[in-house]
Design a protein around this ligand. Structure first.
Ligand SMILES: *Cc1c(COP(=O)(O)O)cnc(C)c1O
Length: 359
């Protein structure tokens, strides 16, 4: 089985550094664990590192963590579906919301379960994904405040998720002003003025004053040690807490010549000849050494992995990764190593065909 090696100490180190960095600006951190599928081993080590809030987009992951007795406050960071409302009220301490119809149903359910459910009202500040039109905020707040067993714990926004908008100082202070306005008008003290995600790192480092913003929800920076505007490494964070290795299961000399006619691959994609081989290699009698690895597109985003050994990834199907071994001498059973990006990690963690090895 291919192995994903997970270094818990490196993750804990990242969590501590990031949390302290945010706390210096009086900003709390929701550690977003959706990329690791709410893995309880990882969640527990985050708590040991001092993390108080865990965020996940899937209620099923939150339930998994709750059942593993992870001692944290849980935030559902995808707006709830009608069909999951009973579970959201039962298991999530907070949820992000943008639809009054859903919030009313949460209220009814919370009354039924004799609980208070905390919500964070999402404002669409231009990324055009979830959130209300910010100009309507006062109307929404008034409606929400009239609902029983619902507490408006805060407001939130997103950047760089759908349209890829950047959190500029202007944008962030505009958002901050919405918080000040409703706090004043309705006499609120918002626990969460949640300004975004890992894409807010540069803003945080350069802004003079974060204003009302007192929370960020971060996953990628925490686990992969990078901000997500330029994907630059964050100083003092590990970028290699996760390492992938897969095993060679076939090595053969193969022609550089592609026998035609061709149409498209197993995923309906047209393959450019030059994608596979050097133009000057496209001769009938030349050969190259190709190996197959025991990992495929079912398990990983193959565009999201970077080989550590000097090889070339030619492509992959559901179950195989196809590589050119270049000048290396490899043997069946050899393991090759890869650095991974966020999408690769997401898929690797979700695949039951990948061994997770905690160190
Ligand atoms: C995924 C997600 C985050 C975390 O994003 P990162 O880029 O991993 O920091 C924060 N908020 C919401 C609503 C999300 O869906």
């Amino acid at each position: 089985m291919p192995t994903l090696e997970i270094n818990l100490q490196k993750i804990q180190h990242n969590a501590k550094i990031l949390k302290n960095l945010l706390n210096k600006q009086k900003i709390s951190l929701v550690a977003v664990v959706k990329v690791v599928q709410g893995n309880p081993v990882i969640a527990r080590s985050l708590i040991q590192a001092g993390i108080k809030y865990l965020g996940d987009s899937r209620i099923t992951n939150i339930i998994k963590m709750k059942k593993a007795n992870i001692d944290a406050k849980f935030m559902l960071i995808r707006v709830p579906s009608i069909t999951e409302i009973p579970l959201v009220v039962k298991y999530a301490d907070y949820s992000l919301n943008s639809e009054l119809k859903i919030i009313k149903l949460l209220s009814n359910e919370a009354i039924k379960q004799r609980k208070i459910h905390n919500i964070i009202l999402m404002l669409d500040m231009g990324d055009l994904r979830e959130g209300i039109n910010p100009s309507k905020i006062e109307w929404y707040v008034k409606e929400i405040l009239s609902l029983k067993n619902i507490k408006l714990s805060g407001i939130g926004m997103n950047v760089k998720c759908f349209q890829g908008i950047i959190p500029t100082d202007d944008l962030m202070s505009e958002f901050s002003n919405y918080a000040y306005t409703i706090e004043k008008k309705f006499g609120l003290d918002l626990n969460f003025v949640s300004g975004g995600n890992s894409a807010n790192y540069n803003w945080l480092m350069t802004c003079k004053n974060p204003g009302a913003i007192n929370n960020l929800r971060m996953g990628e920076s925490l686990f992969l040690g990078k901000e997500t505007i330029n994907f630059k490494e964050i100083p003092n964070l590990f970028i290699d807490a996760f390492k992938l290795s897969a095993e060679i299961i076939e090595i053969k000399e193969r022609s550089t010549f592609i026998r035609g006619p061709v149409i498209s691959n197993a995923f309906g994609e047209k393959i450019q000849k030059t994608q596979l081989f050097n133009e000057d290699n496209l001769e009938k009698n030349k050969t190259r050494t190709q190996a197959l690895l025991n990992i495929g597109r079912e398990d990983v985003a193959i565009n999201g992995i970077t080989p550590i050994e000097d090889i070339k990834i030619l492509g992959g199907s559901s179950d195989y990764l196809v590589i050119d071994v270049k000048n290396n001498i490899f043997h069946i059973g050899d393991k090759l190593n890869f650095d991974i990006n966020y999408e690769a990690l997401l898929r690797l963690m979700a695949s039951s065909h990948i061994h997770k090895k905690f160190i």
